[in-house]
Ligand binder design. Structure first.
Ligand code: PHE
Length: 359
């Protein structure tokens, strides 16, 4: 009888050891200790034994029961731990993996060009300044040495607002140059600012939009000269267009608010009807510039014998079209999502001189 009990014990311990899942282990428990389990059934036979034998066998049986129950409990702990281990392994997330989110929106080429030129001029020590879109005639014209009846007024195709009671009219600024005046009047030299922003002219065709963008530059100091203007614009153009040997040509020109004045061309090729920027012998005009006119300095209370400076103005649409090969100016304002997806820029790639500009 004790031999049989020991065989049963060995058998059950073996089953416990072999159980590879909590379900299998539970079957072993039911088979041994459940209502119809083998040990439970043996317990039921105790009643048929003589008192002496019953006592001895009952005690042996209880020890085996406890031993099996213990073994099952330990195996349960072991299997639970293994199960957790397995799930942790299966559901593992490597939080150190780099993620590359693909944002849906796109940065408009005007914003991108603005961000890039701010990065370049920022590196050179320029600050960004701003002014109102609705300007006084004084800032847009008169203070810039464009008096009433000056022919330059007609050239600007100005949008005028209705006449006010004092008979003056506000204008939508026709260029960013009025911010030169506002800055000089409000601050003390030395000055080094750029002014990116909207400008307005009553003109609308394939190459003109009634609203467009310019960036103005203004540097005022005691010994600023034309060489600074040339170096500054050369460095800007080479960085913006990402062409190290991009040549610049300074052509004498006329603006009422600069003297001398120069229009600036960059090198290009038009071979095969295709425009390519670089040192190819042909030229393309991209901006107006010059030394700030003594009268403009005086209008702002600066003594031209003490302070000089240079200024320039450049169309942002134009340089964006040249950099990214955008053929039609009007498409900038169509709000066509297909166009924006094609010509737009990924928002998370913020341009900087260290991180890089766009390609
Ligand atoms: N304001 C001029 C324009 O709109 C550009 C310019 C700015 C020229 C500064 C010289 C100096 O055409």
């Amino acid at each position: 009888m004790n031999d049989d009990l020991d065989k049963l014990r060995q058998d059950l311990l073996g089953q416990v050891r072999k159980a590879e899942s909590l379900e299998a282990l539970d079957e072993v428990r039911v088979g041994a200790l459940g209502k119809k389990g083998r040990l439970t059934q043996l317990m039921r036979t105790l009643g048929q034994l003589e008192p002496e034998a019953r006592k001895a066998f009952g005690a042996a049986l209880n020890r085996v029961k406890d031993e099996i129950a213990d073994a099952i409990e330990q195996a349960t702990g072991r299997l639970r731990a293994a199960e957790i281990e397995r799930r942790l392994e299966a559901e593992r997330v490597d939080v150190t993996l780099p993620v590359k989110p693909e944002p849906q929106g796109r940065i408009h080429p005007i914003s991108q060009a603005t961000d890039e030129l701010v990065a370049i001029f920022g590196e050179m020590g320029f600050e960004v300044a701003e002014g109102p879109h609705i300007e006084d005639d004084f800032y847009n014209f008169t203070a810039l040495n464009i008096p009433p009846e000056h022919p330059a007024r007609q050239e600007h195709d100005t949008f005028y607002l209705p006449e006010r009671r004092d008979r003056t009219r506000k204008v939508l600024r026709t260029h960013t140059s009025p911010v030169q005046i506002r800055t000089m009047l409000n601050r003390k030299p030395p000055l080094r600012i750029i002014v990116p922003g909207r400008t307005f002219r009553a003109d609308h065709d394939a190459t003109h939009s009634p609203m467009f963008h310019q960036v103005e530059g203004l540097v005022i100091d005691r010994s600023t000269h034309m060489g600074h203007l040339k170096g500054c614009l050369e460095e800007f153009c080479r960085a913006f267009f990402d062409i190290d040997d991009l040549p610049l040509r300074f052509r004498p020109s006329y603006f009422p608010f600069t003297e001398p004045s120069a229009e600036v061309d960059i090198g290009c090729s038009r071979a095969g009807g295709e425009l390519k920027l670089g040192n190819y012998g042909d030229w393309l005009e991209i901006l107006g510039s010059g030394m700030v006119h003594p009268k403009v300095l005086q209008n702002c209370g600066y003594d031209p014998a003490e302070y000089q400076g240079f200024a320039f103005g450049m169309g942002i649409e134009r340089i964006a079209m040249l950099k990214w090969g955008i053929p039609d100016l009007r498409t900038f304002y169509d709000s066509d999502l297909r166009w924006l997806r094609h010509y737009g820029f990924v928002p998370l790639e913020v341009p900087s001189m260290v991180g890089g500009l766009s390609r």
